[in-house]
Design a protein around this ligand. Structure first.
Ligand code: GUN
Ligand code: ZN
Length: 442
């Protein structure tokens, strides 16, 4: 019995960099097909293109047909999210530093308990998959138990998942602090246990410069130097009060990014959340160093942080991914996130195109994690992580998309009007990992 599954229907191909001048934009193969090997045989994409050719090449495959108004698309990649914050999403009325102290830290303190962390991790992946997000790069809590719960829950589902224990040894409640040494030791043990195991990727994760002493920053830099293929994720210049505080804490650094740089935390594979209030020097250094940023527009709006200059940073050559930053971010949905990216784009005077925004939420995010040869697109050889979407999921979506004169127009409407109801199925590594309720058993 063949282990090949073919998904047949309109197939999204993002093409080359949609930020390049004269870029083609979104392309959809209207009668397309995606052949993938099942989870038992590697879960890879075998072919993607016109249905006739793909079907002919794999005559023995099981074929699932998706009709009008459906779209076979790459699974979304959320390159910056805090899984322990699932319970405090949508908390009222504070900006970053107070929000952390009032809502976030008390909740994260509960993740020393493996059972609590395990339940939250299950709920977290149920939510990401319901939204078509097949890879997350997560900040866990300071407790190793929380990392264990995250990677275990991902492994049970066969997901490619990135994550790490936050390192924080100051400016946080005592039950959330490690030390430079214990933060290093615990991170190293978790990295050795999880990195490269199945589809897990360990990310060295100093939370942000204000909650790490220079000694801990140095220890994080040392760990990353010892494992340069791991991503390094942290936060950068999200909020003006944070930037001012950071300057007091690191008076010798030229700027916020400079503090990371001095401790060996800037280079290819470094991924900085937010990166809103940057100096020209920081922008240039991010580009020169081959680093990436995670643009988190719902979070930046929700906790009132500001508007990231995505197009400007892209033009400089900085890698940009798109992320929810839940629980600072107000939604798990990549559609809500892409819509907010469009709106924040206007705050910078620019309308980002559907192709640009969609690419940030898939291959752009994959690139920031240096996983672009594994996830983020539908190309032979990549892992079979797929979101099957429904452009007619609600009466309004159906009304709007059915009068669209191009795929570009229809997909822009989906970005603006879509939510979890527009996610029909999520596939990970060639395995169906979520089906919308009315699809179950289909
Ligand atoms: N900066 C440091 N920690 C956090 C966090 O948990 N959320 C956000 N949005 N910013 C941070
Ligand atoms: Zn964050």
């Amino acid at each position: 019995m063949s282990d090949v599954v073919i998904l047949r229907g309109p197939l999204l191909n993002l093409g080359e960099d949609p930020f390049a001048p004269e870029a083609e934009g979104l392309r959809v193969e209207t009668d397309g097909a995606l052949a993938m090997s099942g989870a038992m045989s590697g879960g890879k994409i075998l072919a993607a293109g016109p249905a006739a050719a793909v079907l002919k090449a794999h005559p023995e495959a099981e074929v699932r047909v998706y009709g009008q108004g459906r779209l076979i698309a790459p699974g979304f990649v959320d390159c910056h999210i805090h899984y322990p914050q699932i319970g405090i999403i949508a908390s009222f009325g504070e900006q970053l530093l107070t929000w952390l102290n009032r809502y976030t830290f008390p909740e994260e303190a509960r993740f020393c308990d493996s059972a609590y962390a395990g339940e939250a991790a299950e709920a977290f992946f149920a939510e990401t998959l319901r939204n078509g997000v097949t890879t997350t790069s997560a900040f866990c809590s300071v407790h190793p138990e929380s990392v264990e719960a995250y990677f275990s829950a991902a492994a049970r589902r066969g997901l490619r998942a990135v994550g790490g224990k936050v390192m924080m040894d100051r400016n946080a409640p005592e039950n959330l602090r490690d030390t430079a040494q214990s933060g290093y030791d615990q991170s190293k043990a978790l990295l050795e246990r999880w990195h490269g195991k199945g589809r897990a990727v360990y990310a060295v994760t100093p939370r942000f410069a204000p909650t790490s002493t220079p000694e801990q920053m140095e220890a994080a830099g040392a760990l990353w130097r010892e494992h340069p293929d791991c991503p390094m994720q942290t936060h950068l210049s999200e909020n003006t009060a944070e930037v001012a505080w950071m300057r007091e804490l690191y008076p010798e650094a030229p700027d916020y990014l400079g503090a990371y740089e001095r401790h060996g935390l800037l280079g290819p594979g470094a991924l900085f959340g937010h990166a809103i209030h940057l100096t020209e020097r920081e922008r240039a250094r991010l580009a020169e160093a081959g680093a990436g940023i995670a643009h988190c527009p719902t979070s930046n709006l929700f906790i009132g942080s500001g508007a990231c200059d995505v197009a400007g940073l892209k033009a400089l050559g900085v890698k940009v991914g798109l992320a929810t930053d839940v629980g600072g971010g107000s939604s798990f949905s990549p559609f809500a996130t892409m819509r907010a990216a469009y709106e924040v784009g206007w705050m910078r005077g620019l309308a980002l195109t559907a192709g640009q925004i969609w690419s940030l939420m898939t291959q752009g995010s994959a690139e920031t994690l240096r996983l672009q040869d594994k996830i983020g697109a539908l190309r032979p050889g990549l892992e079979a992580d797929v979101a099957v979407l429904d452009l007619q999921a609600t009466p309004l979506l159906k009304r709007r998309t059915s009068r669209a004169e191009s795929w570009e127009e229809a997909l822009f409407a989906l970005i603006i009007l879509g939510d979890d109801r527009a996610v029909l199925e999520s596939w990970s590594g060639g395995k169906l990992v979520h089906a919308r309720e009315d699809q179950a058993g289909a």
